[in-house]
Design a protein around this ligand. Sequence first.
Ligand code: SF4
Length: 260
Amino acid sequence: MSPSRADLVADCSRCVGLCCVVPAFAPSADFALDKPAGVPCPHLGLHPAEHFGCTIHTELPERGFAGCTVYDCFGAGQRVAQAPSYAGHDWRDPDVRPAMFADFEVVERLHELQWYLLEAVERCPDPALVDEAEGLLEQVERAAASPRDVEVVRLQLRADPLLGEVSDAVREPAGVDLRGHDLAGQDLRGHDLVAATLRGAVLLGADLRGVDLTGTDLLGADLRGADLRGADASGALFWTRLQLRAARTDTTTRLPDLPA
Ligand code: SF4
């Protein structure tokens, strides 16, 4: 059975801190430490009473870990941690560690694909494309349920053109094509971005105040620090919670209805 988007929301209370262990981090404005892959962040609470929680959770930006406040595993952490094959174990057990880490990396990418495909099914006006998206969604779900030896790239290569076709159908008549453009720091106020594609665009710190993003394709767009105050982002296409958290919004921003 295919998941709902609510199933693709991280539930750290049911995880074992996988996102604080599995990835490597280089020191940057988003992460203050050099952390190799597979090594727990020193701020991860490993004492039984800490339940794999972040011990500096309430002061992440001040401590130089702003990246942790926007990160999103798409619910992969709890799915892997709660898998029957790992019952009673976590990554500290050397017998399960390699498989658990590998599963997390695969399931995270598959859940992200599901996130986009679910929106495609929900919003695409073309029934043939909806059928295709539903079929692929089921395949991705089967892969996520049994992630060993899954060729994620093969599924991504099928999803990419399909999501492009869905985007074209949703954005008809299409707006301006700015996919992949470097728009970092640019003042985009007053630009007509309705039904535009900003797929993969760099909008780091861009000024989008008051802009209407209805039907705008944001798949993969880097919106860190982008100013969306007063913008209408409620009808944009392929939003993620990560993008929303990374952008600057306030009560005047019209936001999409994403699961919390
Ligand atoms: S700082 Fe906290 S949230 Fe960030 S990786 Fe370390 S333990 Fe996890």
